[in-house]
Design a protein around this ligand. Structure first.
Ligand SMILES: C[S@@+](CC[C@H](N)C(=O)[O-])C[C@H]1O[C@@H](n2cnc3c(N)ncnc32)[C@H](O)[C@@H]1O
Length: 271
């Protein structure tokens, strides 16, 4: 089994995505869709951005490596009566079967950044996007204390065995120089690439920060792996303590709920 696929099918990302819907919708609105567009949502999960895109009238193909999330996305699309939204299984490193220049917009919010071959990912995103079209990525930022998920993954990785040789950290997609190098190798000049820091919110009025960490522990592949490793090394309490400290420190929610602002790098590539 492809370890990238196994990682994301291991948990149930829907439990985390439930806290991301508001920001997903706001992000989609901010893209400014003014006419019918064909959109690819890459690493779409169960449709946090794909569903609102389709609601705005776009024809959307969501591609994700995890079968369970593709199935959940198609269920959401059917329940919402969104006939112009289809989810399918695929790998951002190799979008075989997807035609060249077939999308006006290729969007990937915290999705393609997790594919293991970043240069292939950039090349594929450029290949399937129409000349004159756009690529928009949202990527967590390494070593930024306000980039909640990057901090959560940093803590988790300190409790997990080292990755295999040649592993490229997904967080490198949150660094301008890497973004420019990767799209540069895919033939995009630097002037066509812009980046800006933006904020995504993890919101739940009912879940406390402790509940949120419990969801990451039970449903988010990378954190599940960290807890499994910590169980073997007897460090579960330490891992839990560090994650809880992080969530509590970042939480701006009141009344027992959670609202965590998380900084990310918003990348726009104009082809
Ligand atoms: C953090 S989730 C984000 C999901 C969604 N974009 C959202 O904002 O809710 C990362 C997603 O990327 C998907 N993914 C990871 N590696 C991938 C790959 N190589 N190709 C396609 N999707 C991938 C995962 O299955 C997962 O759905």
């Amino acid at each position: 089994m492809n370890p990238n696929k196994a990682l994301w099918e291991k948990g149930d990302f829907i439990e985390i995505a439930a806290l991301m819907r508001q920001s997903g919708e706001a992000l989609v609105k901010s893209i400014g869709i003014t006419r019918p567009l064909r959109v690819l949502d890459l690493g779409c999960g169960d449709g946090t951005t794909a569903v609102p895109l389709a609601r705005l009238g776009a024809e959307v193909v969501g591609i994700d490596i995890a079968r369970n999330l593709v199935d959940a996305g198609n269920k959401r699309a059917a329940e919402a009566g969104l006939n112009q939204l289809k989810f399918q299984e695929g790998d951002a490193c190799n979008l075989q079967g997807v035609s060249d220049h077939s999308f006006d917009l290729t969007l990937s919010i915290f999705g393609a950044m997790f594919a293991p071959k970043p240069f292939d990912v950039a090349r594929e995103m450029v290949r399937v996007t129409k000349p004159g079209g756009r690529i928009v990525m949202g990527n967590w930022i390494p070593n930024d204390p306000t980039s909640f998920v990057s901090q959560l993954l940093k803590i988790s990785s300190a409790f997990t065995p080292p990755p295999p040789e040649g592993f490229v950290s997904p967080m490198t997609w949150g660094v301008d120089a890497h973004v420019i190098e990767r799209f540069g190798q895919a033939g995009v000049p630097k002037e066509k690439i812009s980046t800006v820091k933006d904020t995504f919110h993890f919101i739940s009025p009912r879940k406390s920060p402790a509940d949120l960490i419990e969801s990451f522990r039970r449903f988010y592949g990378p954190t599940m792996n960290a807890f499994e490793a910590a169980e073997k090394s007897g460090k579960v309490e330490e891992l839990h303590k560090q994650l809880l400290e992080l969530a509590n420190a970042q939480n701006t929610g009141t009344g027992g709920g959670t609202s965590i602002p998380a900084t990310f790098l918003r990348v726009t590539v104009r082809l």
